[in-house]
Structures are given as C-alpha cells and as structure tokens.
Design a protein around this ligand. Structure first.
Ligand code: ZN
Length: 86
C-alpha cells in the first residue's frame, strides 16, 4: 500500500487541497487560486531536495519531521505547494 506513483500522489494531494480549499487560510487560498489561474501545476514533488516546480533547492529544515507531508509546505522560490515522495 506504500507503493504510489508520483502522479497518483499528486492527484490525491490536489484532490485533498481542493476539498480543504474552503478551510484553508486566506493566504494559502489566494496562493492556490493564483497558481491555478495561470495554469501552473499547484502541487509539485520535492526530489533530492529540489523543487520540481522551479528546480531550485528548497530548505530542508522543515522536512526533518517524521512525515513532511503532514504539514503544508510551500516552495519559497516559486510558491508552489510541495509534496515529498516517500
Ligand atoms: Zn519551487
């Protein structure tokens, strides 16, 4: 059950964000809608410490927890939501 493709994980996460959109903070919701509005992928994976939205290294300090996907992480460079593949 832990085998999940990036596409599946992204689809699940995007659906989750959609479901939670109404409950998101105003800044998060505005960011989400801004990204959606320009046709960009909103949720991108972080692989090898690199944001796959903008291909810039992202800080890893907040990824030190047991499961970085438990909290909503945002790339400080491009503003996309970050997903950490297992
Ligand atoms: Zn980025």
């Amino acid at each position: 059950m832990f085998e999940m493709s990036v596409e599946q994980a992204l689809a699940a996460l995007e659906q989750k964000i959609g479901e939670l959109e109404a409950g998101l903070g105003e800044s998060v919701r505005e960011r989400y809608r801004r990204l959606i509005g320009v046709g960009q992928r909103v949720v991108v994976p972080v692989l090898g410490g690199i944001c796959y939205g903008c291909f810039v290294a992202v800080p890893t300090s907040w990824a030190a927890g047991a499961d970085p996907n438990e909290k909503l992480n945002v790339c400080q460079n491009c503003g996309r939501f970050l997903y950490h593949p297992p």
